[in-house]
Design a protein around this ligand. Sequence first.
Ligand code: HEM
Ligand SMILES: *[C@@H]1O[C@H](CO)[C@@H](O)[C@H](O)[C@H]1NC(C)=O
Ligand SMILES: *[C@@H]1O[C@H](CO)[C@@H](O)[C@H](O)[C@H]1NC(C)=O
Ligand SMILES: *[C@@H]1O[C@H](CO)[C@@H](O)[C@H](O)[C@H]1NC(C)=O
Length: 484
Amino acid sequence: MMSSILTTSVAALSLFGLAAQAADSSNSTPAAVFTYISPNSQYNDTTFVFALNVDKETSDVYIHMSAPSGNDWMGVGIGAQMKNSLMFVAYASVNGTGMTLSPRISTGNSEPSYYTGISCSLVYAGDLPNGNVHSNGNDATMTINAVCKNATHWPQGSLDVTSTNQPFIFGVGPGEPGGSYLQSNDLSAGLRRHEAYGTFFMDMTKATSTSSSTAGVPRPDASGAYTNSGATLGTAKADNDFAPAIHAFIMCLMFVIVFPLGALILRVFNRVILHAWVQGLGLLLVTMATAGGIVISTQYNRSKNFASAHQIIGILLILAMFSQLGLGIVHHRLFKKSQQPTIMGKIHRYLGPATILFGIINAPIGFVFAGNPHLCLPYIVIVLLIAIIYITVRFGSRICCRGRRKNQDARLGRQGAMPAGPEGYMQPDFGPSAGYGQPSYMQPPPAYARSTSYGSQSEDVPLRPYQSQQSGMGGPPADPRPMV
Ligand code: HEM
Ligand SMILES: *[C@@H]1O[C@H](CO)[C@@H](O)[C@H](O)[C@H]1NC(C)=O
Ligand SMILES: *[C@@H]1O[C@H](CO)[C@@H](O)[C@H](O)[C@H]1NC(C)=O
Ligand SMILES: *[C@@H]1O[C@H](CO)[C@@H](O)[C@H](O)[C@H]1NC(C)=O
């Protein structure tokens, strides 16, 4: 009798082996299931699922988790807040279709770091649908089924298996236009800050197996889906972090437009004081955007040590720019007194363009650093367009408009006013040439004659004509100093 029953059941097992086992597990594994359906109705499936079973005997934690694959990563953490929470973060593996699961701990509201003290492995079984797969396309999802060994205690916290209201956090990473997403087998892979996050609570008495025989990855219900049970939603929030975008926008605007404009104001339009105001305003905004960059840096493992190229170049640039401010002011004051070039003026003149150039280059380095390499191409196109405009204004005026400017100056009686840029100081401009009727241009004004030595490398320019119009055309002015 006994033996016949045994024989029958062994035969049955050998026939339906896997299915029988799975059905057993499905029926007997206690689990709490949290589901969150995003109100974003643009897509059909925007459900976040987290199902949990804990083996009280071994402290092994079994999890099933899935989220739309439009998100870079999905994660759940044990605890009420990021700080000290043990998080299970999953993202596509390097081939783009498998999954990587990384246990992590965070010290605050910042990117969690891989925690080596707990090991997790993916679980494969026929009755776990779409397990450990990152599918692509519309309505695609990523799913993991996994076990994390001995994971109810970690140095900063623990999971209370007797609690009926154990808090958890969840979050999903941002998506990227163009459908590219994080693909890595690295358990320390860099994450970008969440697009949405929230909290939920689980009744752990519903999720805990008292014996290992009933423990396992929670199975879906008869319809093949996971439905919310033993879990309640706390909060769910979209995370609108504008700081990186503002940082990038201000920096690009300053280095690509404002600082070059400030340079043109001096070089082409000879407005020293306006030049100082524009560059000073630019420096103020860059300083604020740098402060923002420093705050952002503290959030990510890749940036919190300030050792990346983007950050080092940025810090050197801000130092260079404050030097520019000091050099410019000191040079200007000395020049007003002596009308002589200074070494500070010379440094200012070369450090300025170098700073702008490195600032322009640092932007795409930053895009790549922040995980937004797709911004590089549009940026480069804009920079090239602006470079063409800049070169046209900077050098075009010197080629095309020299004569006109001079005639205009002469007409306005601005005998001291100079043609565009440092080139204007060059001798031939003051020599006799066809088209100028005014005798004042036959000879260089005395002040310039004195300082021909600084000719083509003027670091500074007097802003106004000399005061004394009445001192006579070409005659020595009563007060040889420029007004500013
Ligand atoms: C690159 C990775 C991450 C960064 C930089 C980051 C950063 C932050 C920041 C700055 C906040 C405060 C937001 C605010 O004040 O509005 C925050 C909150 C939060 N994050 Fe994260 N986070 C990251 C990863 C994660 C992960 C993996 C999860 C879930 C597993 C998560 C869950 C939460 C939750 C639930 C909150 C609100 C509760 C709290 O303040 O701790 N975060 N995070
Ligand atoms: C949603 O589902 C419908 C029917 O299955 C399908 O036609 C539609 O393309 C889906 N929408 C998206 C955004 O995938
Ligand atoms: C991708 O990698 C996963 C492991 O991460 C593996 O299970 C899967 O078979 C791989 N898929 C392909 C198409 O190579
Ligand atoms: C489980 O982890 C705890 C610390 O979190 C440790 O003390 C204990 O020895 C571990 N047990 C096993 C079986 O590894």
